[in-house]
Ligand binder design. Structure first.
Ligand SMILES: C[S@@+](CC[C@H](N)C(=O)[O-])C[C@H]1O[C@@H](n2cnc3c(N)ncnc32)[C@H](O)[C@@H]1O
Length: 330
C-alpha cells in the first residue's frame, strides 16, 4: 500500500472488555479497504482502540457507531487527528498487541523478537486482509487447531491435507502448516486476501506447504482435485456456512475434522443442525468474546451420511450387499 499524503485516526482508551467488543462491532461496520480497526494494550494493561481512515471520516457518524457499541462516554472520549504522510495500513498495525491462542502467538514485525522459544510465532504483515488474530473467531480456530495438533484426530494421518476456506491473511493456513507439517490449500474469493495470504506464507517460511488460490466457495476445480481433506477450516459467516454444509461434508475425509467459525452464540444451533444432517457431529465448542467456534467430526464410521453413501457405492462396485441382492431378485 503506497504512502498517501495524509491519513486520519480516531482513538479511545477503554477497558479490555469494551476494546474487544468495539473491535468486533467496528470491524463489521466498516469496509476494511477504507478503515482499519485495531486494539492494543500497553505495559500497564490499558487498552486503546484506534480506527485508521484512508479519507477524512465523518466524526458524528463514527461517534454514533462507537456509542452504540460501547456507550456514550466512550463515544465522547473518541479523539480524532490528522496524520502526516504515511502508509496508513502500516500505521494502523503499529503497536498491535501480539495475540496468544494455545501455543500460537500472532504478532506484527515489531514483536518478532519477543516470541518465546516454546511458542509458535505467526507474523502477519500489515495488510487489509482479515486475520490479525485479534478477532474471537480467529482465536477460536487457533485454539481448536492447537488441541488437534496435540492429539491428532483420526483423519489427521501423515498424508492428510488441510483446507482453509476463506483464508483472509492466511493466519490459519500458516498455523496449520507450522503445527501439523501437512500441505494446506488456502482459498479466498477476495484478491486482496489472496495476495496477503501468499505474502504472509512467504514471510513465515510456510510457502512450501501453503498453496493459496482465489476461489469463490467450491467453484475452483483445484479444490476438488486436492480433496479429501483431513481437516477443514471455514471461518466465514452463518449464511455461507449453512449453504456450504453439503460441499464441506463431501470434501472432508470420512474420518476428518471440520472447524467452523464466524458464528454468534445464538447462531450455533442452526449451523450444527445443517452439518448434523450431513453426518458431522459436534466434538468441541469454543466460546470467545461472544463468538463460537465448532469442531465437528464425521459421526462414527458406518453411521455418517457420507460414509454410508460411500459404503453403498463400494457395495455397488463389488456387487455385494443389499443393492446387488435386489438386482439379483433375492
Ligand atoms: C472472517 S474472515 C476469516 C479470515 C481468516 N481465515 C481468519 O480466521 O482470521 C473470512 C474470509 O472469508 C472470505 N470469504 C467470504 N466468502 C467467501 C467465499 N464464498 N469463498 C471464499 N472466501 C470467502 C473473505 O474474503 C474473508 O477473507
Amino acid at each position: 500500500m503506497p504512502p498517501s499524503d495524509a491519513s486520519y485516526r480516531a482513538c479511545v482508551a477503554t477497558s479490555e472488555g469494551k476494546a474487544r467488543h468495539l473491535l468486533d462491532a467496528l470491524s463489521e461496520s466498516f469496509d476494511s479497504t477504507e478503515v482499519v480497526v485495531a486494539a492494543s494494550e500497553d505495559q500497564n494493561g490499558l487498552w486503546t482502540v484506534s480506527l485508521h481512515f484512508r479519507d477524512p471520516p465523518n466524526a458524528t457518524a463514527v461517534r454514533a457507531l462507537v456509542g452504540l457499541a460501547a456507550g456514550p462516554e466512550t463515544a465522547n472520549a473518541l479523539a480524532f487527528e490528522r496524520l502526516g504522510a504515511t502508509d496508513w495500513v502500516e500505521a494502523s498495525l503499529q503497536g498491535l498487541t501480539p495475540v496468544a491462542a494455545g501455543r500460537f502467538i500472532v504478532h506484527g514485525a515489531h514483536d518478532r523478537e519477543t516470541v518465546p522459544a516454546n511458542r509458535i510465532g505467526i507474523e502477519i504483515e500489515a495488510a487489509l486482509a482479515f486475520g490479525t488474530g485479534h478477532h474471537g473467531t480467529t482465536r477460536g480456530c487457533l485454539v481448536a487447531l492447537d488441541r488437534l495438533a496435540m492429539r491428532p484426530a483420526r483423519g489427521l494421518g501423515a498424508n492428510a491435507r488441510v483446507l482453509d476456506l476463506g483464508t483472509g491473511s492466511g493466519v490459519l493456513a500458516i498455523a496449520a502448516a507450522r503445527a501439523l507439517r501437512r500441505p494446506v490449500l488456502a482459498s479466498d474469493n477476495d484478491p486482496v486476501a489472496v495476495r496477503a495470504a501468499r505474502a504472509n506464507a512467504r514471510l513465515n517460511r510456510a510457502r512450501a506447504l501453503v498453496e493459496v488460490i482465489r476461489a469463490d466457495g467450491f467453484k475452483a476445480p483445484r479444490l476438488h482435485a486436492r480433496a479429501p481433506f483431513g481437516l477443514v477450516f471455514a471461518n466465514i459467516l452463518l449464511g455461507p456456512l449453512k449453504r456450504m454444509a453439503v460441499s464441506i461434508a463431501r470434501i472432508a475425509a470420512p474420518n476428518g475434522c471440520v472447524v467452523l467459525s464466524g458464528l454468534l452464540a445464538a447462531q450455533a444451533n442452526a449451523v450444527l443442525a445443517a452439518y448434523r444432517a450431513q453426518g458431522l457431529v459436534l466434538a468441541r465448542r469454543i466460546d470467545l468474546d461472544g463468538w463460537v467456534t465448532l469442531v465437528l467430526h464425521h459421526s462414527l464410521p458406518g453411521t455418517s451420511a457420507s460414509y454410508a453413501r460411500l459404503r453403498r457405492a463400494m457395495r455397488r462396485r463389488v456387487g455385494v450387499g443389499p443393492v446387488a441382492a435386489r438386482r439379483h431378485g433375492q
